[in-house]
Design a protein around this ligand. Structure first.
Ligand code: COA
Length: 148
């Protein structure tokens, strides 16, 4: 049966719960950690639901106050990957940013986040900057895309 996928603007509590399922992240970040990043900025917390179950999240905020909107953290529960949840959340983010007057999406990832890098290249993001780290796999890659 076809699964129902719905993207909602949601609470940080739900995003924190989904975050705890992401096996690749070193530690389950808590609510205070999330809020510490975006609390004084315009922010958008998205949760992707599969058949009414929270399965993915994306936290974005106005980091630079320059017309860009920063996608800070995103993840999908391993049980629900390759269903298009990241793609659907990014589409929602693009539309929301457009409706709120932003002209660019930015995101930072790392060399070792291969799924995210694959997605970002396919989705039309451009590489804007590389921030070196002692281990090359940890280099931070800043990408950006014009809001369409
Ligand atoms: C990256 C991540 C969010 C992708 O979520 P997802 O919902 O499975 O992604 P989607 O189903 O929307 O996939 C969109 C596209 O991304 C690419 N992609 C996703 N997973 C991939 C994989 N394992 N291998 C290669 N390409 C992949 C594909 O191009 C895919 O399109 P396709 O399925 O039509 O081929 C998920 O793998 C994840 O949570 N990874 C761990 C956490 C992480 O790295 N977060 C990002 C930190 S910056």
């Amino acid at each position: 049966m076809t699964k129902s996928i719905v993207i909602k603007e949601d609470s940080i509590e739900v995003a924190v719960k989904v975050n705890a399922t992401i096996t690749e992240f070193d530690k389950p970040y808590d609510k205070a950690y999330f809020e510490g990043h975006y609390k004084n900025a315009v922010s958008l917390i998205l949760v992707a639901y599969v058949d009414n179950q929270p399965a993915g999240y994306m936290v974005s905020y106005d980091k630079n106050n320059d017309g860009s909107f920063y996608c800070w953290m995103a993840g999908v529960d391993p049980l629900f990957r390759r269903l298009g949840l990241l793609n659907s959340m990014m589409q929602y983010l693009n539309d929301w940013a457009k409706n709120h007057g932003y002209n660019k999406l930015t995101i930072k990832t790392r060399n070792n986040r291969r799924e995210m890098l694959s997605y970002l290249v396919k989705a039309g993001f451009n590489f804007a900057e590389v921030q070196p780290h002692p281990f090359i796999k940890d280099n931070r890659i800043l990408l950006e895309k014009v809001v369409v």
